[in-house]
Design a protein around this ligand. Sequence first.
Ligand SMILES: NC(=O)c1ccc[n+]([C@@H]2O[C@H](COP(=O)([O-])OP(=O)(O)OC[C@H]3O[C@@H](n4cnc5c(N)ncnc54)[C@H](OP(=O)(O)O)[C@@H]3O)[C@@H](O)[C@H]2O)c1
Length: 278
Amino acid sequence: MNQKNFYRGKHILLVGASGGLGQELARQLAARGAGRLVLSGRNEAALAALADEVRAAGTAADVLPCDVRDRDALARCLERALEGGLDGAFLACGVAPGKSADGLEEPEEMTRCFAVNVLAPASALVLLCRGWERAGRGRRFAVVVTSQAGLLPLPFAPTYAASKAAMNALGEGLRDRLAAAGAALTLVMPGFFDSPMGRRFRGKRKWFSLSAEEAARRTLDGTARGEARCIFPWELACGIWLANHLPARIVKPVMQAFAFDTAPDEESAARGREDGRR
Ligand SMILES: NC(=O)c1ccc[n+]([C@@H]2O[C@H](COP(=O)([O-])OP(=O)(O)OC[C@H]3O[C@@H](n4cnc5c(N)ncnc54)[C@H](OP(=O)(O)O)[C@@H]3O)[C@@H](O)[C@H]2O)c1
């Protein structure tokens, strides 16, 4: 089957569908003839508007709002998505913690980051694996969007980088069991791309930054090719490979040129205001 037809008629779950990448994945999946999309995230208005767009393109769409930090809600969402057969899932939820005025990340932000970036997608993989084992033979796929940040410890975004490294390791650990359940796992590791999260990364040089459309296209093509790890753009990946192999005295000054700050999202800003009042 060629890549363009890979998604035709398939029933696909999208977690993080309300985000910049998630919305683009949904649009492009509909354009590639997906049969049914199950759209999940917290922003119900964004999900409903996206479902209308997807339906207008001829793909059935269901909306299942869920805060992925709520383990029971996530399990219910996965059960519902598995009903009637599920061919694949894109787990594209994620958060990047902001810092406090002293430049450190709060433990609450670390907890949130690991809950959304690691525990939720890893739990979802386990639940999908069980569901697909129950369903029997099939040709399926599971995709987790991690990041090239997981390939190198980042002093300017330590928790985000650690969470993505942890998810890469967890995914690799689950790969064989998923394969036994008929599901090929693709770990997608993008560099920078333009999205609400991407715009919160404020750096001097966001080198090789892509549009969300391009990031979604590469994610879909890599998954359709059955890539175990879909890493893009390659130019940034080469830089990271070098940084992992060259002496620290060379790497540290170069890393400074790449340093970025993360502006707070709504939730971390609200927490900051709350802390300020105490
Ligand atoms: N943008 C970049 O430069 C970049 C680079 C490398 C990797 N990535 C990764 O790519 C993925 C997609 O990122 P993006 O740029 O599209 O980010 P985004 O626009 O900020 O979207 C993030 C998504 O995660 C969902 N989410 C966050 N917290 C959640 C929670 N507690 N429960 C349920 N859903 C939650 C959001 O849903 P609601 O809005 O509905 O809460 C949204 O759908 C993430 O894993 C990110 O780490 C991004």
